[in-house]
Design a protein around this ligand. Structure first.
Ligand code: FMN
Length: 182
């Protein structure tokens, strides 16, 4: 087995002004979702990569959401959220929901939305949507781990390529493979 170079050497070689944790995290390739909810009657949502499956029976997933944002407060109050899995054509949408805070019109006006069971906004051409009510919420440091109880699922009939985030940029399976293998 090839020995990995020590982290300090990697840092030096890359000459990036990032600490070791952030540098290593750039190699964690993530699927990109938009987590949506309702702030009263108003839609709210953000781009997230910290979303993963939790259990199949019962059907649960989890999302880690920053406490500082408007989306966290709205999820905590409404107790509902939809996880919209993005495809490669949603890159500009992911940037809009993941950049500096802008009005909900500027975020949601970029695409077509509907609802399933909970009333949380559902992206009509998402690869898949998990419509959830909040089952459990654990606050730790800057974030909350939110476990969603899945009430409905929407599956796209199309065979889109997923949108990924790796090495600080949006990418696709094909391009991420090239990046990781060099
Ligand atoms: C690729 C990417 C992934 C992100 N992942 C998360 C995440 O998992 N959890 C989170 O709370 N914020 C995440 N963010 C940051 C939020 O999307 C961003 O801070 C957003 O503007 C917050 O919106 P809000 O203040 O309206 O809630 C991510 C941003 C990007 C660009």
């Amino acid at each position: 087995m090839n020995k990995l170079p020590p982290l300090r050497a990697l840092r030096h070689a890359a000459s990036l002004p990032l600490d070791d944790f952030r540098l290593a995290m750039r190699r964690l390739v993530g699927a990109v979702s938009i987590v949506t909810t309702l702030d009263g009657e108003t839609p709210a949502g953000l781009t997230a990569t910290a979303v993963t499956s939790f259990s199949a029976e019962p059907a649960r997933l989890l999302a880690c959401i920053n406490l500082k944002g408007t989306t966290f407060r709205a999820i905590a109050e409404s107790r509902r959220m939809a996880i919209n899995l993005l495809a490669h054509q949603h890159e500009s949408l992911a940037k809009q929901f993941g950049g500096a805070p802008v009005s909900h019109e500027e975020r949601f006006g970029m695409a077509q939305w509907g609802t399933l069971t909970t009333g949380a906004p559902v992206l009509r051409d998402a690869m898949a949507v998990f419509d959830c009510v909040v089952d459990e919420m654990m606050v730790a440091h800057s974030h909350a781990v939110i476990i969603g109880e899945i009430k409905a699922v929407l599956l796209s009939p199309r065979n889109d390529e997923p949108l990924l985030y790796a090495d600080g940029q949006f990418t696709t399976l094909h391009r991420a493979g090239e990046m990781v293998t060099g």
